[in-house]
Design a protein around this ligand. Structure first.
Ligand SMILES: [Zn+2]
Length: 312
C-alpha cells in the first residue's frame, strides 16, 4: 500500500515537472469576446490599461475604451509568446478621449478654438481693447465638447484668425459706409468722371454767369477720358447751347448726370452704359473758357451738389 502511494506520488511529481518545463501559467486576454493574446502579469497589465485611461492631457475630460479587456488564466505551451505591447496598442487605438475646448466667437460665429479658457479670455480682452474705438464687436467665448482635438489652434493662429476676421468686418462696414455716402436715392455714384483740379464748385457765382453754378467744374487736359459716374442710359448726346457737346444720362429713381463742354462724344442716346465706361472726352465747347468737365447731378430735375457724393 505504502509502495503504491509512493509510486503515485513520484508519478505525479514527474508529471508536475513535465508541466513546469513545457507549460506556463499565463493570462489570456479577450476583447469583445475575442482572444487577442497572452500577458505575463495581470496586475501590471491592468495598471498600464489604467494609464491609457488616466493619461493627462490639456483640455481632456475623460477617456473611454469601448470594450474593456477580460482575463482568463490558462496553461499554455511555453512556445506561445506573450504580446502585451500589441494588446495595449490596440486598446489605445480603440480608446476615445473627449475634450472641452473653447471657441472664440465673432458675431456668434465660432472663429477659432483653443484648449485653454484662460488663453481664450486673454485673446477676447486683447481684441476688445484693440478694436474698441472702431466698432462694437460682439466677441465671446463658447465651450465645445468634442472628441476631435484637431480643431484646436495655437494662441498665435487664434489671434491671427480673429484679427483677420475683425479686419474683414471693419473693411466691410467701411465699404458699406462708403457706398452709402455715394448713394443718392438708391443710386450709387461710384466713379469720379475725370480726375483733375476742381476749379468751380456747385452754387458758386462768378463773372461768367449771373446764376449759381449748377454743377462742378473739374479742369483736365483736352481729350481726357470722361467716365460714367454710375450705371445708366444715355438720354441725350449732342450739342446743346451753353453746355456745348454734352452727354446726359439717366440712372433711374429720378437721378441724372450731365457731362458738358466735351470735345468728343463716344455714346449716343438710348445706349446702356456701365459705371466707369468712357463716354466722352474733355474739351471746352459751349460756354467755357478752358478745358474742363462740367459735371451735374440732378434729382427729379433739380441740380444738387455733386460733392455730396463724389469729389468729397
Ligand atoms: Zn461748370
Amino acid at each position: 500500500m505504502i509502495r503504491l502511494i509512493n509510486i503515485v506520488a513520484i508519478a505525479l511529481f514527474i508529471i508536475m515537472l513535465i508541466v513546469l518545463f513545457k507549460f506556463d501559467l499565463v493570462c489570456e486576454v479577450t476583447i469583445a469576446g475575442e482572444s487577442v493574446g497572452y500577458i505575463a502579469n495581470k496586475n501590471e497589465f491592468e495598471n498600464k490599461v489604467n494609464e491609457i485611461i488616466n493619461k493627462e492631457e490639456e483640455a481632456k475630460l475623460y477617456t473611454t475604451i469601448e470594450n474593456m479587456p477580460e482575463y482568463k488564466f490558462k496553461l499554455v505551451d511555453k512556445s506561445e509568446k506573450t504580446n502585451e505591447e500589441a494588446i495595449l496598442a490596440k486598446l489605445e487605438e480603440d480608446s476615445e478621449t473627449t475634450y472641452e475646448l473653447y471657441a472664440v466667437t465673432l458675431d456668434g460665429e465660432e472663429k477659432t478654438v483653443l484648449a485653454s479658457l484662460e488663453e481664450a479670455e486673454k485673446i477676447v480682452d486683447e481684441m476688445t481693447e484693440k478694436y474698441e474705438d472702431d466698432l462694437e464687436l460682439d466677441i465671446g467665448i463658447t465651450n465645445i465638447i468634442t472628441t476631435d482635438k484637431e480643431d484646436e489652434s495655437t494662441v498665435k493662429v487664434a489671434k491671427a484668425t480673429l484679427n483677420n476676421d475683425i479686419e474683414k468686418k471693419i473693411e466691410k462696414i467701411e465699404e458699406e459706409i462708403e457706398i452709402e455716402s455715394h448713394t443718392v436715392q438708391g443710386v450709387y455714384l461710384e466713379v469720379t468722371p475725370v480726375s483733375g483740379i476742381i476749379t468751380s464748385r456747385f452754387g458758386s457765382r462768378e463773372s461768367i454767369r449771373t446764376y449759381g453754378h449748377t454743377g462742378l467744374d473739374i479742369a483736365a487736359p483736352a481729350g481726357t477720358s470722361i467716365r460714367a459716374a454710375a450705371d445708366g442710359t444715355v438720354t441725350f448726346a449732342g450739342y446743346s447751347g451753353g453746355y456745348g457737346y454734352v452727354v446726359k444720362m439717366s440712372h433711374g429713381n429720378g437721378i441724372e448726370t450731365y457731362y458738358a463742354h466735351c470735345s468728343e462724344l463716344y455714346v449716343s442716346a438710348g445706349e446702356k452704359i456701365e459705371a466707369g465706361d468712357v463716354i466722352a472726352a474733355v474739351g471746352s465747347t459751349g460756354n467755357s473758357t478752358g478745358n474742363h468737365l462740367h459735371f451735374e447731378v440732378l434729382v427729379d430735375g433739380t441740380e444738387i451738389d455733386p460733392q455730396n457724393y463724389l469729389y468729397n
